[in-house]
Design a protein around this ligand. Structure first.
Ligand code: SAJ
Length: 426
């Protein structure tokens, strides 16, 4: 199948890089978002999110004239749905954006078009939710138009490279649809393109992130055991990983982001009777911020009016994304326990939330603090010189929840050092 013009619905962390990459590969691309601020911003060259290299790519795509942005879809050869699938308070998948993006395509759908769903979705979404909506056009999925599910699998922080280099799974509602998907993505994908059916592709995506979540949960549980038994979990993991068939991940303050902390719930919701392990892993990871707060309580006892500098609010190192961030949860819990927290998130200094002073410099965060709490291993935090930090603050205690600092260096600089997953006798 040949493509000249495509329409991408959703200009977030996936849709915007995908739209820009197709545009710089010569396709005419209409990027669609329902948020007028995002569309207006992009029309004036402003990006609403940070990802290394993305600004340059988007600007090149816009300058070439191949990428235009709009609040409305247009007729096109292919439509890609890349809208968010968050969850409700009770962890059920919120499919409203997928539903309305599918509905928005209906008036423009023509015979021979291809529609691809990229949003992470519960099993059978493509056949049970998207196909029936698109068929309101009078056209039949698989027969009159092609329909496929192709999960994005890029790692935030490395999106632009992984978009091109990662293997891509394309699951069609029939083999012809998967093949049409291959024709489209092979325009820029250099990794292997593997064809399957739509529901398998949906499962693959959910299985990948669930696998990671369960593995991080066991690392977090090991951190609690190490703490109790006076072991250094980081050293223990390093040694265990010398076994040829063991690869334990890293513990930390919990699991955040819009993917790994969300996607396992889609499987739990789809089959609660079959998913006790997945549900428990979620609970272990969700409880990890409270474990960090217990460590702080062990240092201070009562937290009332204690001054704490929280370093990092992002859900993981070197990104600006605060969604489902365990660091934010730690700050909330500290506050509820009476502590006064000043946070510093270098990638999002303008972020403000209930009663937390999110400062715009390290100095401002640490100045009056009694404890420095490292919550995200951003490169710039890892590179801090403890002697210089000592001059900025009266705090003489640090708690490193991410193994970002070399304990002996901070001790030499005069700090008392506590680390997540390291028992006091270790
Ligand atoms: N984390 C740990 N310990 C680790 C690794 C990660 O605590 O050893 C934490 C991170 O700090 C973060 C969370 O887990 O809070 C998730 O981070 P991540 O880097 O593991 O993954 P994401 O959410 O940024 O991206 C994942 C990736 N999935 C897999 O690696 C299986 C990515 O490839 C997916 O495209 C992305 O989810 C997605 O969009 O689904």
């Amino acid at each position: 199948m040949n493509f000249e013009k495509i329409c991408i619905l959703g200009l977030g962390y996936i849709g915007l890089p995908t739209a820009s990459t197709f545009a710089t590969h010569g396709l005419r691309v209409v990027g669609v978002d329902v948020n007028p601020q995002i569309v207006n911003g992009l029309q004036n060259g402003h990006l609403h999110l940070y990802e290394p290299g993305l600004r340059t790519l988007v600007q090149a795509a816009l300058r070439s004239g191949n990428l235009t942005v709009s609040q409305q879809p247009q007729p096109a050869d292919a439509f890609i749905i890349a809208v968010p699938t968050p969850f409700y308070e009770d962890k059920r998948a919120d499919m409203r954006a997928v539903r309305s993006a599918s509905e928005a395509i209906v008036p423009y759908l023509r015979k021979g078009n291809l529609v691809i769903l990229e949003s992470t979705s519960p099993p059978m979404t493509t056949v049970n939710l998207v196909a029936p909506i698109l068929e309101k056009s009078g056209l039949k999925a698989g027969q009159d138009f092609y329909l496929a599910y192709s999960p994005e699998r890029v790692l935030p922080g490395q999106i632009l490279r992984e978009l091109i280099e990662n293997a891509r799974i394309i699951g069609g509602v029939n083999p012809e649809s998967a093949q049409a998907g291959r024709d489209l993505y092979s325009i820029f994908v250099r990794g292997e393109i593997i064809l399957t059916d739509a529901t398998t592709a949906e499962m693959v995506k959910l299985m990948e992130n669930t696998y990671r979540d369960v593995n991080i949960a066991i690392a977090n549980e090991f951190s609690r055991l190490a703490d109790r038994f006076g072991v250094d979990v980081w050293e223990a993991i390093r040694l265990a990983n010398r076994h040829p068939r063991v690869n334990i991940l890293s513990p930390g303050p919990g699991v955040g982001g819009h993917c790994i902390s969300v996607d396992p719930w889609f499987l739990v919701e789809a089959a609660p009777d079959l998913t006790p392990l997945i549900r428990t892993a979620r609970k272990v990871n969700d409880d990890q911020p409270a474990f960090v707060v217990q460590l702080v309580q062990r240092i201070f006892g009562d937290l009332n009016r204690r001054q704490i500098a929280a370093l990092g609010l992002a859900y993981k190192p070197n990104v600006d994304d605060l969604r489902e961030s365990p660091a934010v949860e730690v700050v909330h819990l500290l506050q509820s326990a009476g502590a006064q927290v000043r946070a510093y998130e270098p990638y999002k200094t303008d972020y403000s939330f209930n009663g937390v002073a999110n400062t715009d410099s390290l100095q401002a965060a640490v100045e009056g603090a009694e404890l420095l709490l490292l919550l995200v291993a951003h490169d710039q935090f890892k590179a801090l010189d403890p002697h210089k930090v000592r001059q900025m603050t009266g705090a003489r205690v640090v708690l490193d929840a991410v193994n970002g600092w070399k304990a002996h260096e901070w001790q030499q600089a005069g700090f008392e050092v506590y680390r997540l997953g390291v028992g006091r006798t270790a």
